[in-house]
Design a protein around this ligand. Structure first.
Ligand SMILES: *[C@@H]1O[C@H](CO)[C@@H](O)[C@H](O)[C@H]1NC(C)=O
Ligand SMILES: *[C@@H]1O[C@H](CO)[C@@H](O)[C@H](O)[C@H]1NC(C)=O
Ligand SMILES: *[C@@H]1O[C@H](CO)[C@@H](O)[C@H](O)[C@H]1NC(C)=O
Ligand SMILES: *[C@@H]1O[C@H](CO)[C@@H](O)[C@H](O)[C@H]1NC(C)=O
Ligand SMILES: *[C@@H]1O[C@H](CO)[C@@H](O)[C@H](O)[C@H]1NC(C)=O
Ligand SMILES: *[C@@H]1O[C@H](CO)[C@@H](O)[C@H](O)[C@H]1NC(C)=O
Ligand SMILES: *[C@@H]1O[C@H](CO)[C@@H](O)[C@H](O)[C@H]1NC(C)=O
Ligand SMILES: *[C@@H]1O[C@H](CO)[C@@H](O)[C@H](O)[C@H]1NC(C)=O
Ligand SMILES: *[C@@H]1O[C@H](CO)[C@@H](O)[C@H](O)[C@H]1NC(C)=O
Ligand SMILES: *[C@@H]1O[C@H](CO)[C@@H](O)[C@H](O)[C@H]1NC(C)=O
Ligand SMILES: *[C@@H]1O[C@H](CO)[C@@H](O)[C@H](O)[C@H]1NC(C)=O
Length: 554
């Protein structure tokens, strides 16, 4: 497809479209998307320089919003159509023992931007650049706390802080009295005491005070509108009383996904009624445990966690942010080197009910452990897009999900189901038209998945294509299927008849036999659709031009 040829007109057309239809993006709009999460300071520099960046020093490394703009091709080529950036507001400066606030989670003045990342115009340019590509902008926000460096770490509330720095509040009466959280089983303690410690206290905003609440509601409304934001990732949600969130979400007016950092589905469920949804930590913990422990990990506990979320969250698991790595948890490759397990793991977010999120650097095989090691500078990878890289695998995963959605719209509203397997080292997930087979057996294993006819998935002699390899299998005369993994590799099957539309995914094996194999594919289905729109626009303009010219000549 003539992607580049159509690009200029695509841009022109979408500029026009988006300036007319700048509508707030709802949770339903987001379900069709997949999200690339990045730490602004560590993703790219606008001037293209690639300074060294020692994560253990916890210093700013130079990434900024112009840098993100300069690397949108890289993100879009992988098939992502939304970007979640780290917090944008002004943070505390100079915290010798804990390092710089390069991650953005130590807000000091929420009415100003973090100048390390650029100007207000730069952030607006990023928002505009994303929208011109038909992509969404998600911004990370924190309302639970603000941060000031205490002048005396052995003193107590409220003397050692300069409250005038903490904007828009500016006084101690907008904060809960100082006490550090000591009892996580006491919800009042969790909500009204402080995170952090004496050397860097995260000063807990008094979200019981209605004046404070109104200020925060007005603030989020303004920020979303000023920067044309399409979605919000909300930090430390369980540290603010539940009744605060519905008003926050309605003032935001866009999709909100909250961090409720705990593995207990029953605890989390009420928050899915205040915000649109949550980052799905319970499932994350099950997935991480299943893969980080190799073959002794229990993959059935993934099915268990997912079933609970489907039953207890508002809207099931359809609105959750589905992730396997992020800025707060060790990357899988900090403990696992077997690449077959790495591949099984990276697939998870793309084939279940939730909205897929990929944390930057996972596509480059980054191996950072706990914070701060897991916030590596991406420029040091050279933004590798090689055919045999995880980058290419992610591209295939995004294409597969887009193809599944376009083949069957019910994909977005039909819950994933699990087919009981003979061992806890394999998992079979059905979400038509996808059948995903995962294993933590490792590269020397050859385990078998059984899909019995009683699962009711297929008719007799249906040809299925593994979109990861383009190899095919055919169901037995009773519709059953047994598949054995080679070297612990995962499989994502689609019926061959589901593959013949977009031409990006194993289409040689599709029923019409045209177009390219996945390694030669030109990007996501969306990119191709956009290119088609671009070509259409070009034809329209050309026609207009000819008509006008014709009129002039006559
Ligand atoms: C590039 O930008 C960084 C961060 O703003 C700055 O420190 C560096 O000096 C710049 N390099 C060049 C070559 O302009
Ligand atoms: C810090 O606070 C402690 C406890 O209130 C006090 O004893 C000490 O003198 C203070 N130090 C300074 C330098 O103000
Ligand atoms: C509530 O917050 C406002 C504004 O921050 C402040 O002026 C007021 O004193 C606070 N009220 C109480 C009871 O703390
Ligand atoms: C729970 O925490 C609050 C705030 O720290 C405290 O006032 C209260 O006594 C605690 N309740 C119990 C039962 O410990
Ligand atoms: C999970 O959360 C629920 C609701 O808060 C609570 O009743 C239950 O005890 C928690 N379960 C565990 C194992 O902590
Ligand atoms: C694996 O997890 C499932 C679901 O949580 C549980 O029922 C089963 O007992 C576990 N099996 C092993 C071997 O731990
Ligand atoms: C399997 O993975 C291990 C651990 O990374 C590696 O040392 C080994 O070479 C791999 N074997 C094969 C056959 O790929
Ligand atoms: C794929 O091709 C078959 C046979 O030509 C056709 O019936 C089917 O509708 C096509 N699938 C899609 C999604 O267009
Ligand atoms: C689409 O998915 C739904 C729900 O899984 C299923 O009932 C329906 O048969 C599917 N349609 C096609 C054409 O595969
Ligand atoms: C599907 O395509 C792949 C790669 O092009 C090829 O290796 C495989 O043999 C094909 N399978 C069938 C049944 O056409
Ligand atoms: C699949 O494996 C099961 C269990 O081993 C066996 O009973 C069944 O006959 C196999 N089915 C096919 C089609 O090979």
């Amino acid at each position: 497809m003539k992607y580049l040829g159509g690009f200029a007109t695509t841009t022109l057309l979408s500029t026009v479209l988006f300036s007319i239809t700048a509508l707030a993006a709802s949770a339903d709009d987001w379900t069709k998307r997949s999200i690339y999460q990045l730490v602004t300071d560590r993703f790219a520099l606008g001037n293209g320089s690639t300074p060294s960046c020692d994560t253990s020093k916890k210093k700013y490394c130079g990434g900024n919003w112009q840098g993100i703009i300069s690397k949108l091709d890289y993100i879009q080529e992988m098939g992502f159509d939304a970007v979640w950036i780290s917090p944008v507001v002004e943070n505390v400066e100079g915290t010798p023992s804990d390092g710089d606030a390069y991650h953005g989670y130590w807000a000091q003045n929420i009415n100003a931007l973090n100048a390390h990342f650029g100007s207000s115009d730069d952030l607006k340019s990023l928002s505009k650049a994303l929208h011109e590509r038909g992509m969404y902008l998600m911004v990370d926000v924190v309302v639970n706390h603000l941060v000031a460096v205490p002048s005396n770490t052995s003193s107590v509330w409220p003397e050692p802080f300069d409250y005038s720095l903490l904007q828009p509040f500016g006084g101690s009466d907008s904060f809960h009295p100082q006490c550090f959280i000591s009892d996580y089983n006491n919800q009042t303690d969790v909500e009204q005491c402080w995170l952090g410690d004496a050397s860097l206290p995260l000063m807990d905003v008094d979200t019981e005070n209605s004046t404070v609440v109104d200020i925060l509601y007005d603030w989020i409304k303004d920020v979303v509108s000023e920067y044309n934001i399409d979605g919000l990732r909300v930090d430390t949600v369980k540290h603010v009383r539940q009744e605060f969130w519905p008003g926050f979400a309605s003032n935001a007016g866009v999709y909100t996904v909250g961090e409720v950092y705990i593995g207990n589905v029953s605890y989390i469920a009420p928050y899915t009624r205040g915000l649109d949804s949550v980052l799905d930590y319970p499932t994350y913990f099950a997935v991480y445990d299943a893969f980080t422990n190799g073959p002794s990990g229990n993959m059935s506990s993934i099915a268990d966690a997912v079933t609970q979320t489907q039953n207890q969250y508002n809207h099931g698991a359809f609105y959750v942010g589905s992730f396997v790595e992020n800025q707060d948890n060790p990357r899988l490759q900090s403990t696992v080197s077997d690449q077959s397990i790495v591949k099984n793991f990276i697939i998870w977010p793309f084939i279940n009910d939730g909205i897929p999120i990929l944390y930057y650097g996972q596509e480059q095989g980054y191996q950072g452990g706990d914070d701060p090691a897991n916030r590596e500078a991406l420029w040091l990878s050279g933004y590798n897009t090689d055919e045999n890289s995880l980058f290419t695998l992610v591209k295939t995963l995004n294409s597969a999900r887009k193809q599944a959605i376009s083949y069957n719209q019910s994909f977005l509203t039909t819950q994933a189901s699990f087919i009981t397997q003979p061992s806890t080292s394999v998992l079979a997930i059905s979400k038509p038209p996808l059948l995903t087979l995962l294993t933590n057996g490792g590269n020397s294993s050859s385990l078998t998945w059984n899909i019995p006819s009683s699962a009711g998935l297929y008719d007799a002699n249906v040809m299925l294509v593994d979109v990861l390899t383009c190899e095919t299998v055919t169901t037995a005369s009773d519709g059953s299927l047994n598949v054995t993994s080679s070297n612990g590799s995962p499989k994502i099957f689609m019926p061959s008849q589901a593959l013949n539309t977009s031409g990006t995914l194993c289409s040689k094996n599709g029923t019409d036999g045209s177009s390219t194999s996945p390694s030669k594919s030109t990007g996501s289905a969306r990119a191709l659709i956009q290119a088609d729109v671009g070509i259409l626009a070009a034809v329209t303009w050309l026609t207009l031009f000819v008509v006008v010219l014709g009129t002039m000549l006559v």
